[in-house]
Design a protein around this ligand. Sequence first.
Ligand SMILES: Nc1ncnc2c1ncn2[C@@H]1O[C@H](COP(=O)(O)OP(=O)(O)OP(=O)(O)O)[C@@H](O)[C@H]1O
Length: 253
Amino acid sequence: MTEPKIQIRDLYLRYSDGKEALKGVSLDIQPNLITVAFGPSGGGKSSLVKVLNRLIDLSDVDEMRGEVRMGDLNILGKDTDVVELRRRIGVVFSRPIPLPLTIFENVSFGLEVAGMRDKKKLSERVEQALREAVLWDEIYDRLDDPAASISGGQQQRLCLARVLALKPEVILLDEPTSALDPVSTAKIEEFLETAKKDYTILLVPHNQQQAARMADKAAFFLQGELVEYTDGESMFINPRDKRTQEYVQGRFG
Ligand SMILES: Nc1ncnc2c1ncn2[C@@H]1O[C@H](COP(=O)(O)OP(=O)(O)OP(=O)(O)O)[C@@H](O)[C@H]1O
């Protein structure tokens, strides 16, 4: 058995308004696979994403307990270096929010903050990240244009390239294609299929078709509970839990 990349044990999260977003979730996220976290709105998927790279620190939380580890690193640890954690676990959200800079600078920014100064190295890393994000061929001759001048679908891949430039180990994607047209969606999915050999990927899909297309492993979340966690195929063809069956068959939304 491969060692899980991320181990989550009995994770409980309650926001200050009393909402219990995660009610004792235990989940092993395997490397080099796409794990899909799906289920109806309010199930806790986005909260889980935020816990994993500690963006949850920016929310009003009443109580959070349990254990989340990546190898030796205690992700929830008080002394955990969250800047380094967020480099190792990158995140892409549903709306692309490029920095008000050029295309090139959007990708080089994080590298420069991390201390990379060598222009040649920066250019190489930017090109590599843009190629990996399936964007290079479309924008290689306008790297100095403002990021705002490219389409929404291209901006989303630019945000992905920004994450990739920092050479993360894990990539979290929270409905990354929900604002995109089918062509841009296909490019993100193409990226995910190729990228899984190099990364650990957790995807919150924007619909069930995408979940079924992309999932090597699938985790069904319902009102803060992880109801079922199994191989993608089993989940969508032959789910065990009645609640999963009903959701997968479209009997509730
Ligand atoms: N910052 C917050 N403060 C208070 N409650 C929150 C906050 N964020 C989420 N919640 C609540 O926590 C629960 C889980 O929400 P979460 O966004 O994690 O679910 P989700 O499965 O990602 O849903 P969606 O698909 O709608 O994004 C919901 O009841 C939600 O209202």
